[in-house]
Design a binder for this molecule. Structure first.
Ligand code: 5AD
Length: 436
């Protein structure tokens, strides 16, 4: 009988990419991939540990899988598995814990377990040993239209709050020829948009002197015939070079969208976070980007309640975020991570204060997202259509290059096409309109 496997994911775009790669690997080996809410023989939980909420949600998903089919094999991988293997293994029902370095060997590991050749336990290696870029075995396809392309792994920055360098190891870049080859294959396979992902994507090429940097790589990728859109997922402010902005401005298929994690709008807090820029410098960067890329969507991440953050330092962040008028905000409550510098800083901020700051900033983020969307009412925008809205026949949805979701009715099936839509109204941060 065909074995069934279900994969679920927490956390970042790289994890999403890797989960679809895992599903494809199982499919290629003859397994049937089913939804995580269905009974399956094997459950794969691809976890996140960026904050303690990542850990908690990971544990919840593991327990849910155990309840759904008590006889199923539970396999836990990802950053939480890498950082806390013993904790994961102690959850009832967990059979295998697979660290970030062995993720793509997961089918072999599962089969060894099923054949009785491997005892339940953890397969976790040192992330600082033998660190070449591990080419993903297969591409990841979140929709029929858009594909993720992982170009880089790891990070050497060691921001004071962040555990990810310990979970994924040092910076390593994928060979540009391999990136280009995979991109051409994806486009030949019908994909219209490629999203470049990585852990510290902006540092692409820095580990290989003389190799292409991110701007150079994007310039090459943008030339692939048939590629309607090339999108960048997240870039650190220090990595946004003039050349990168230039390439974005001159390549018509590169999306006007930059996710630039700010983390704090207070210079003292930024320095203690070990972020190597000031708000003044960031302001100039944003001005420059907006001049060169009119209409650009600039989105960001903010951490509230970093150790020692005072009320007035938080006010500085609040005011700076409003001044920068980000198109979208991801707000994180600071979570001490074992082994990071900031975990042992004095003056940890209390949970209720973090909660209150987070709520205020989330509300501001919603306000900013709505006004960014509303500024498009009455305009014509280009939408790459992703799908028919589930349960709404004749209604389609997709994204603009500057990351606005637009829905509209259409008599024809326009999935995969770049269509022009006249925006009629905004519904919160999303838009509705008419195809023209
Ligand atoms: N606590 C809270 N947020 C964190 N992030 C990273 N580490 C932590 C932490 N310890 C946030 C940062 C980063 C995003 C992916 O997660 O804002 O940009």
């Amino acid at each position: 009988m065909t074995r069934t496997v279900a994969v679920t994911t927490l956390g970042c775009k790289v994890n999403q990419y890797e989960s679809s790669a895992l599903a494809t690997l199982f499919r290629e080996r003859g397994y049937k991939v089913v939804d995580f809410n269905e009974p399956a023989d094997i459950y794969i939980i691809n976890t996140c540990t960026v904050t303690h909420l990542g850990d908690r949600k990971s544990r919840q998903l593991i327990r849910r899988a155990a309840r759904r089919n008590p006889r199923a094999r539970l396999v836990v991988t990802g950053c939480y598995a890498q950082i806390s293997p013993e904790e994961v293994l102690s959850i009832p029902g967990v059979d295998l814990v697979v660290g970030t370095r062995d993720k793509f060997r997961i089918v072999d590991l599962v089969e060894e377990l099923l054949e009785g050749e491997r005892q339940p336990g953890a397969v976790v290696r040192d992330v600082f040993q033998d660190v070449d870029f591990e080419d993903p075995p297969v591409p990841a396809l979140p929709s029929r239209v858009r594909a993720f392309l992982k170009i880089q792994e790891g990070c050497n920055n060691y921001c004071a709050y962040c555990i990810i360098p310990y979970a994924r190891g040092p910076l390593r870049s994928r060979d540009p020829e391999k990136v280009l080859a995979e991109a051409r294959e994806l486009v030949a396979g019908g994909f219209k948009e490629l999203v470049l992902t990585g852990i510290h994507t902006g540092a692409y090429g820095q580990d290989k002197p003389g190799s292409l940097d991110l701007a150079g790589l994007m310039e090459q990728l943008a030339l692939i015939p048939g590629l309607l859109r090339l999108r960048l997922s997240s870039v650190e402010p220090m990595d946004i070079t003039d050349k990168l902005v230039d390439v974005m401005a001159t390549s018509p298929n590169i999306c006007r969208h930059l996710h630039i994690p700010l983390q704090s709008g207070d210079d003292t807090v930024l320095a203690r976070m070990r972020r190597h820029y000031t708000t003044g410098w960031f302001r100039e960067l944003v001005q420059k980007v907006r001049e060169r890329l009119p209409g650009v969507a600039i989105t960001t991440d903010i951490i509230v309640g970093f150790p020692g953050e005072t009320d007035s330092q938080f006010e500085n962040t609040f005011n700076f975020v409003r001044e920068m008028a980000f198109a979208r905000l991801h707000v994180f409550k600071y979570s001490p991570r074992r082994g990071t510098a900031a975990a042992s800083f004095p003056d940890q901020v209390s949970a209720p204060v973090k909660e209150a700051r987070s709520r205020r900033l989330i509300a501001l983020g919603e306000e900013l997202a709505c006004s960014f969307a509303a500024s498009h009412i009455g305009r014509e925008v280009k939408v790459l259509v992703e799908e028919e809205l589930p349960g709404m026949q004749g209604f389609y949805t997709g994204l603009t290059d500057n990351y606005l979701r637009v829905s509209f009715p259409s008599r024809e099936d326009v999935v995969g096409q770049l269509v022009t839509v006249k925006v009629a109204e905004a519904r919160g941060p999303d838009l509705k309109g008419w195809i023209i």
